[in-house]
Design a protein around this ligand. Structure first.
Ligand SMILES: [Mg+2]
Length: 186
């Protein structure tokens, strides 16, 4: 089968990593319970920042956020490696900006993700992901972001939200843990 995955906050805990980094850089100690209850994908509000200041901070820390040791979600890496061993096709579809595509692909490989160069799609806008998903005729696609998921409600691909506090409004099947994927495709 053909599986497509968003990367940030679907396979890896980028937002959680950034949250801890913000705490460190801003010398704050905002608790995990605040993080877990947030209804927005952006995390700046928890640190008392407005959108402009939040955007600037994110940009200034982007390399550190993207290319350090952000952890994969529980079970994600094992699941992808297993799918790969079983001969399934794995595609990555990320809206990281074009200038980050090469390094992101390398980062995934360096961290043990099974990546075939031609199965890595990057640099599109959120609302353009649908074109890639349809073109690739994916059987399954996983993403966390409401702005993406909402464009995918009518596609033939089986689309799942990777469950999070900020995507509860989207009425779509969801995955809470990567181990659930096995049952789902049985
Ligand atoms: Mg994402």
């Amino acid at each position: 089968m053909r599986f497509g995955f968003d990367i940030d906050d679907t396979l890896i805990d980028l937002r959680g990593y950034a949250f801890q980094l913000y705490n460190k850089k801003l010398n704050q100690n905002v608790g995990l319970e605040v993080f877990q209850a947030m209804k927005t994908l952006q995390i700046h509000e928890a640190f008392g920042l407005d959108a402009k200041a939040g955007g600037e901070l994110w940009s200034s820390l982007m390399d550190e956020i993207y290319y350090s040791d952000c952890a994969a979600f529980d079970g994600a890496l094992d699941m992808l490696q297993e799918l790969d061993r079983e001969g399934h096709d794995i595609f990555y579809i990320t809206a990281r900006k074009p200038e980050h595509c090469e390094r992101t692909r390398k980062w995934l490989k360096d961290h043990g993700f099974p990546v075939r160069d031609e199965h890595f799609y990057c640099g599109m806008k959120d609302e353009e992901k649908i074109e890639t998903i349809l073109h690739l005729q994916l059987d399954y696609y996983f993403d966390d972001k409401p702005a993406v998921l909402e464009t995918l409600l009518g596609v033939p691909t089986k689309v799942y939200a990777y469950d999070n506090s900020y995507n509860q409004e989207v009425k779509i099947p969801r995955l809470k843990h990567w181990e659930e994927l096995k049952d789902l495709i049985k």
